[in-house]
Design a protein around this ligand. Sequence first.
Ligand code: FES
Ligand code: FES
Length: 178
Amino acid sequence: MSGVTVEAGATCPIELNLNGQTLRVEVRPWTTLLDMLREQLQLTGTKKGCDHGQCGACTLLLDGKRINACLSLAIMHDGAHVTTIEGLAKDDVLHPMQAAFVEHDAFQCGYCTPGQICSAIGLVAEGHARDHHEMREQMSGNLCRCGAYPNILAAIAAGEDETRQLLEAARLDRESSR
Ligand code: FES
Ligand code: FES
């Protein structure tokens, strides 16, 4: 953004694919992706915990990779594909990682859960869900104040295989439509 002057109060248009739908949003240059979702689009599934990149409650998938939405400005993501917890279920069928969290009772208050699930899907996409030690290490950015960690790990292990298959099918789909 160097060399660009934006007047105080001005907004800039960005276009996103959000949970499979293309939309145009006017954002202020300092609006984070998290605030755009929660405050402008009323998509409150992505949670705000610390707002400082420390808790992982705001984790979502940006172009298939997990990021902390509180640390990223919306204006930087013109043209991006954003997937939030609201976009994971298809036709009322839960994503396998969501189903595994339910099956394994992997939450108590549920506040960290959207971030945990998005992070778990990102973890599988990265190929980092091979054993419990690696899962623990790679999920360490997602805090659970209720301490539901053993069940969260069990859920990720259970949902890993089907999630990987789903990611692979989506990849093949994208390639065949090019
Ligand atoms: S709210 Fe983003 S990391 Fe805590
Ligand atoms: S389930 Fe309560 S913070 Fe994780």
